[in-house]
Design a protein around this ligand. Structure first.
Ligand code: SAH
Length: 349
């Protein structure tokens, strides 16, 4: 099995058969070697730097009904909120003082945040913070909307593809949602010049190794600058309440594989990974991750952006989160980089 890891390290690719064996093996030596090579590769391109992204969760209203998600429209128990523009600016101000140079505005697909509302917010942040990157994660919108938001000053867009297999996508989403549209959004964002982040949940209900391989192949086709993966974690008020969550082991395995397949990619150690294991994010960093996304949302709304059960970092102020993460990053042997943290060598695609 270690020879498959060595091949992945040397060539950046594997056959479907080899990927399947590597994803499924319980060979400890292979897992150790994967972790070692993943860390070596991240250090080669990024040294020990870990980039911070200040996450501002702007709304928990959502028109979509993704089966796994706690803020799906059918969840009548969800406590909904949306931030005002003043709230959002206050988060940015707080984040800037804490050293963040990327702001991520994420939310459910809340129709309130039309172009008329969101564009002046983006423009104002762009004007106030010329040295910061603006990342959006607002779901599927029209090409025109993506274009206008880019022109207003947005730099990056996070839109996980969620599942590249049509069959799995349909089991995780209601009939009115389409994988085709989601993929089209990702290609449009790339064409518009955004740095793009795609990704998927690990261990989602019905997910098989073949589905995961389809995800990896789709990522090879899209070539995103960022890849977000984290374990699926059940939410008690969704139809998947009683399903099993994704494991730490499989998530780390895939993070290592992604680092070797996409050596320069920006790879977050996600909040979901920190939720299923107390040192999950540290282990992620030691297996190729180079980004963390501390929460900048006002404490009063944090518990309401309730995607899955037991989500961590919902009780502390941003400054406490920042301090806690800095300690975690340093304890794992890495350093916090107070910079934008763009994708390196971003050749025009
Ligand atoms: N509306 C935006 C943001 C979605 S929330 C969009 O459509 O992109 C960000 C991510 O949280 C989702 O892409 C999904 O992969 C993840 N997520 C949602 N529910 C989850 C759950 N139960 N467990 C783990 N991750 C979940």
């Amino acid at each position: 099995m270690t020879e498959i890891v060595a091949k992945l390290y040397d060539t950046g690719s594997l056959s479907d058969e080899e990927l399947k064996r590597l994803i499924e093996t319980d060979d400890k030596a292979a897992a150790e070697l994967l972790k070692k090579y993943a860390d070596e590769t991240r250090r080669k391109y990024y040294g020990t730097k870990v980039f911070l992204r200040g996450l501002i969760e702007i709304s928990s209203y959502c028109r979509n009904d993704c089966i796994y998600c706690g803020i799906r429209r059918s969840n009548k128990d969800a406590d909904r909120y949306r931030l005002s523009r003043e709230d959002i600016f206050a988060c940015c101000e707080n984040g800037y003082e804490l050293g963040f140079r990327t702001f991520v505005m994420q939310g459910g697909e809340d129709m309130y945040f039309s172009d008329e509302i969101i564009i002046p917010i983006i423009s104002e942040i762009r004007e106030k913070y010329p040295d910061c990157a603006i990342t959006l994660s607002l779901g599927e919108r029209s090409y025109e909307s993506y274009k206008r938001m880019k022109e207003a000053g947005a730099d990056r867009y996070l839109l996980r593809h969620e599942a590249a297999s049509e069959e799995l996508y349909r089991k995780l989403h209601p009939a009115e949602m389409s994988l085709k549209n989601r993929k089209e959004c990702l290609f449009a964002l790339r064409e518009l010049g955004y740095q793009v982040g795609a990704g998927f949940m690990v261990g989602a209900p019905y997910q098989t190794t073949d589905h995961i391989i389809a995800d990896l192949r789709f990522l090879q086709e899209l070539r995103p600058q960022m890849i977000g993966i984290g374990p699926f974690v059940p939410h008690h008020s969704t139809p998947f309440a009683d399903e099993k969550g994704g494991t730490l082991e499989l998530t780390l395995r895939l993070l290592g594989i992604l680092r070797l397949m996409f050596p320069k990619v920006l790879l977050p150690a996600t909040t979901a990974l920190g939720t299923i294991a107390p040192n999950g994010r540290e282990l992620g960093l030691m297996t190729g991750c180079n980004v963390v996304m501390p929460n900048l949302s006002p404490v009063r709304v944090r518990k309401k952006y309730d995607l899955y059960d037991n989500k961590i970092c919902t009780g502390e102020e941003a400054a406490e989160c920042r301090g806690c993460l800095q300690r975690r990053i340093e304890s794992a042997g890495y350093t916090v980089a107070n910079e934008r943290g763009d994708y390196i060598n971003d050749n025009p695609i």
